[in-house]
Design a protein around this ligand. Structure first.
Ligand code: UDP
Ligand code: MG
Length: 330
């Protein structure tokens, strides 16, 4: 039996976001504890973060805690979204000096627990961030193609390199977690933040399974705002593109003016054909201008949200062994 008071033992904390996963929790936890028994020389904490689930997830989590004291349950006061749920879990463990590494994974069994144990091995070899890279995935064609398009765009725009085919399934050394929790932006794109932080990062290939039960908590609406956070948070290229487009259109209009003048000068009996071109041009330019205002507005909206500086999330429950419970940070 491992001695929990032994300080030389390394401690791994799992951060596990939960949104409407009532039928997955028990199976997931069984699979995870089973997988981690391979390394009984390590101490574990399983931090489940209930992200305002509407089903019986919270009750299931509290049941888990009764049976397994290594389970910590955080509950957000409403649904704040996956990125903030993970942030809440990371904040909790970042404040705990006894935690040596943190693993973030989904609780729908899409990220295989056994892979997380392989991540621990790489970490012990000195890698600070081990991210799970999907060798294959069983998502719908729609999800895969939109993800592909998003990363294609992001790759071209973003100032940092954000690995493709990588979700938030990853292991982070405590030093990295401490850095990540200093990033307090509201429109969060965690995988970008982790890439931004640096340290030694390596991929671990794995096959992503299908969701075990229930349905995805990432409908198109959430996917779009997630993608926007990725692009807006890590690139100002769209803003620069506006001025480039403006320059291009201005140059084009100079050419057009030269054409009009030369027709007037060299062929005075011919008139420059007009209204159809004007009409189309007007709508085209009007459209372009509105879109560009939208781009500026989107950045401005982000500035506004960040300026309000509201807390990122609110906790309604913290159930953790022993420790005095820190409140959420700003
Ligand atoms: N999740 C969450 N809050 C949400 C949506 C999802 O905490 O608003 C959790 C969910 O319980 C799961 C993980 O985030 O553990 C990934 O979500 P999901 O499986 O729905 O996304 P997908 O795998 O379809 O991208
Ligand atoms: Mg999933």
């Amino acid at each position: 039996m491992p001695d929990p008071t032994d300080d030389s033992r390394r401690r791994i904390a799992y951060v596990l976001p939960v949104y409407n996963e009532q039928d997955n929790i028990a199976v997931f936890h069984a699979a995870l504890t089973e997988a981690t028994t391979v390394r009984d020389d390590l101490d574990y904490e399983f931090v489940y973060v209930n992200d305002g689930s509407r089903d019986a997830s919270l009750e299931r989590l509290l049941d888990l805690r009764k049976a397994d004291p290594r389970v910590t349950v955080l509950s957000l006061s409403r649904n704040f979204g996956h990125q903030l749920a993970v942030t809440a879990g990371l904040d909790l463990v970042a404040d705990d000096k006894s935690v040596d590494a943190v693993i973030v994974m989904d609780t729908d069994l899409q990220d295989p627990p056994s892979v997380s144990v392989d991540m621990i091995k790489l970490w012990e070899d000195g890698v600070d961030v081990v991210y799970g890279e999907r060798r294959s995935r069983k998502d719908t064609v729609f999800k895969r193609s939109t993800a592909y398009a998003f990363y294609w765009v992001l790759d071209r725009l973003a100032s940092i390199e954000i690995p493709r085919n990588v979700g938030d399934f990853r292991l982070m050394d405590a030093r990295v977690v401490a850095e990540v929790s200093r990033y307090r932006e509201h429109g969060r794109f965690l995988r970008g933040i982790v890439a931004h932080v640096g340290f030694r990062q390596e991929a671990l290939l794995f096959d992503r399974d299908e969701r075990y039960a229930g349905e995805t908590g990432y409908p198109l609406r959430k996917m779009l705002s997630f993608a926007a956070n990725g692009i807006l948070g890590f690139s100002t290229a769209p803003l620069r593109m506006i001025s480039r487009l403006g320059i291009a259109i201005s140059l084009l209009s100079v050419l057009l003016a030269v054409y009009v003048v030369s027709v007037r000068v060299f062929q005075p009996d011919q008139s420059v054909p007009g209204w159809a071109f004007l009409g189309v041009g007007m709508f085209l330019l009007g459209g372009i201008q509105l879109i560009m205002m939208g781009v500026i507005g989107t950045y401005l909206g982000r500035v506004y949200v960040e300026a309000q500086d509201r807390p990122l999330y609110s906790l309604s429950l913290v159930a953790r062994e022993g420790a005095a419970t820190p409140g959420p940070r700003r």
